[in-house]
Write a protein that binds this ligand. Sequence first.
Ligand code: DI6
Ligand code: FE
Length: 401
Amino acid sequence: MRTVWQHCHVATMAEGRYAAIEDAAIVTDGGLIEWIGPRAELASGDAARTVDLAGAWVTPGLIDCHTHAVFGGNRSGEFEQRLQGVSYAEIAAQGGGIASTVRATRAASEDQLFASARQRVQALMRDGVTTLEIKSGYGLDLANERKMLRVARRLADELPVAVRATCLAAHALPPEYAGRADDYIAHICDEMLPALAAEGLVDAVDAFCEHLAFSPAQVERLFIKARELGLPVKLHAEQLSSLHGSSLAARYQALSADHLEFMTEEDAIAMAKAGTVAVLLPGAFYFLRETQLPPMDALRRHGVKIALASDLNPGTSPGLSLRLMLNMGCTCFRMTPEEALAGVTVHAATALGLGASHGSLEVGKVADFVAWQIERPADLAYWLGGDLPKRVVRKGLEITH
Ligand code: DI6
Ligand code: FE
């Protein structure tokens, strides 16, 4: 239905940065934006419907471009251990960490995983999220990675949210491959990835490049296979140490490299050239009490696009609010509220390969937006959580929770 949305101000985020139109109007039709601009310039047309947004600030629907929202179990016990001084690496070495979530995820049925993930995704949606990415990576064998990715697809079928599914089979070494990381990478390349891709379950391929996970050489073998299958790549890189995974990702035109606390200026230059988005994850930084900051100045100086995401996962970032990540991006990483907003809209869309259709409010793009009852856009990064009054529109239709 052709609809005119008016009595609002709009942060369009067009061309990758904060840009505002005061007293704006948006015309939507068939799920797309047909017109957007100052209300005074709106031609009197034949809109079937006019909606008064009561002075709201409209932003693109928020995009959480890095989550592990599907998992079994819960690791709050490990949180308590870490508060007593046990490190993340020590917990992993004792068989906890990712391995404990793998056990719980393997033991859970698809329906159980769906039910728990649904609640978490709904929490993100209550914060204005209209698109999110979900990674596998707690199954670590064909049947269980498939189970996770099917849950990601089902969430998109059953909730008014768009989901990109990323295969993160190279997240950790499964116990049955202990001491045989190269064999596991070969198994992913030869069996798992081709099968999951053929089933239409994979939109992108990711890996964890770290001493306690996979080496750059192993990641490169995976990237070569992804390229063969026509799948874009992303990478968890430079979270705990500097292996230059982000430069490797840039060489493979990765959509994004994520975490990046330990990246170098050379990595930033490579990412800028390739157009690889830097996805910063302040929830994990905060929750692990990390002290090494991502090199914000180098990222800015070289023009790397910066996105922000929740990294929602049971071990390092049990974050159910993307708006809270806006605040943490500003408080922990010294981003401006405008940079943070670009990080969960226009740059997050690019990090998912959706830059042409999502992430900003421009003619021809999908009509996903949020009308917030706030005084200024910076309020989105200001409040610590809570439920801000808002109306959420997806594909031109208002959704209710
Ligand atoms: N980095 C992270 O922070 C998460 N995965 C990754 O590669 C941690 C996942 C977990 O601890 O369960
Ligand atoms: Fe992650």
